[in-house]
Design a protein around this ligand. Structure first.
Ligand SMILES: Nc1ncnc2c1ncn2[C@@H]1O[C@H](COP(=O)(O)OP(=O)(O)OP(=O)(O)O)[C@@H](O)[C@H]1O
Length: 337
């Protein structure tokens, strides 16, 4: 378990103090994939680097399985940090060393006996699907392959936590997906807790269990990815979600609306049931779809539909009440009646 307790990071520049992280507290469970989302400058990197003490927090504590890293120094801190692996947007492989030697470097740093190193390198490369690249130099690899080497190196010393700093931001969408699937596999098979920072909601939707949103160094919203997609509380969170699930109805369409425009949210199995057709059949209302999608988040369906309901106000109210009794959530977005 990872406890981030009231962590603040203040940078002292020549002219002024800059608050990178502002009193952040988070609890990340063992085996969880946790996403930290925010725009540039929100404090994501600062917070991530505080977790493994690449940045020493100005105040607050970082507890990994009960050990407070901020209280450790020297050799004890070095040992504790070996249990936290990290991967980076720009990979940071050593260009003069081969793939195998890059991984060896991490094993030697942890003082693994030399007779065990080669077998471990092979095992790690097999895990990331790159066995045949052992003698190749980083310059001869694609971006996705470089990140796989980065992942193998980060896993070298059997960490319990893997920190991912915008790990897929330099990759194309298809390669991003393959790296995210690899991270999920590592999380499941090795029971490694993953904390990732990203400005891409797609990344969070793909692999995270829980997430938080940061702004101005603070956590402004936190919860399960499913709940946050279903019911974001903050404007900024909504903005991030809109980048994945967008429901902008053009003004020209809204101008022609004669009834009420409602957003209907179906959670879980409810998404698969014919609630809307049942409603139209049972009540004296006409329904026009303006927008709709069913998203799958952690293999759970989340249906979001925007509909125009036309009819007498009383009938529309009855229809809405009926939809809600069937377990869906209805929000009136526009009323032209
Ligand atoms: N070494 C530093 N010295 C001074 N200020 C810093 C330093 N590192 C970060 N900051 C400042 O702290 C704030 C948070 O930056 P941080 O890099 O953590 O944000 P971020 O969300 O990761 O953004 P990005 O994705 O662009 O890296 C910013 O105002 C930044 O300018």
């Amino acid at each position: 378990m990872l406890h981030i307790q009231n962590v603040t990071k203040v940078y002292q520049t020549k002219k002024k103090k800059v608050v990178g992280v502002d009193h952040v507290s988070l609890t990340i469970e063992k085996g969880e994939v946790f996403g930290i989302v925010g725009y540039s400058g929100a404090g994501k990197s600062s917070l991530l680097r505080c977790i493994n003490l690449l940045e020493r927090p100005t105040s607050g504590n970082i507890l990994v399985d009960g050990t407070d890293l901020t209280k450790l120094k020297g050799e004890n801190l070095r040992r504790a940090r070996l249990k936290i692996g990290m991967i980076f947007q720009h990979f940071y492989l050593i260009s003069q060393k081969t793939v195998g030697e890059n991984i060896e470097f991490a094993l030697k740093a942890a003082e693994m006996p030399s007779n065990r190193i080669q077998a471990r390198v092979k095992e790690l490369l097999a895990m990331v699907g790159l066995e045949e690249k052992i003698d190749v130099y980083p310059a001869q690899l694609s971006g996705g392959q470089k990140q796989r080497v980065g992942i193998a190196r980060a896993l070298a010393n059997n960490p319990s936590i893997l920190l991912c700093d915008e790990a897929t931001s330099a990759l194309d969408p298809k390669t991003t997906l393959s790296i995210l699937h690899l991270l999920k596999k590592i999380n499941r098979e090795l029971d490694i807790t993953i904390v990732l920072i990203t400005h891409e909601m797609n990344v969070v939707k793909e692999i995270c269990d829980r997430m938080c949103v940061m702004q101005d160094g603070k956590v402004i919203e936190e919860g399960s990815v499913y709940d946050i997609f279903a019911n974001p509380q903050e404007l900024l969170t909504n903005e991030f979600i809109s980048s994945v699930v967008s429901f902008n109805i053009p003004e020209v369409v809204l101008k022609e609306v004669k009834g009420q425009v409602v957003k209907i949210l179906f959670k879980g199995k409810v998404a698969g049931q014919g609630i809307i057709s049942d409603t139209i059949q049972q009540f004296n209302v006409q329904g026009n779809f303006l927008h709709g999608t069913i998203e799958y988040i952690q293999e759970q369906a989340l249906g979001i539909f925007i509909m125009e309901l036309i009819g007498q106000t009383e009938d529309i109210h009855k229809a809405i009440a009926y939809i809600e009794t069937r377990g869906a959530h209805v929000e009136v977005l526009h009323n032209a009646i």
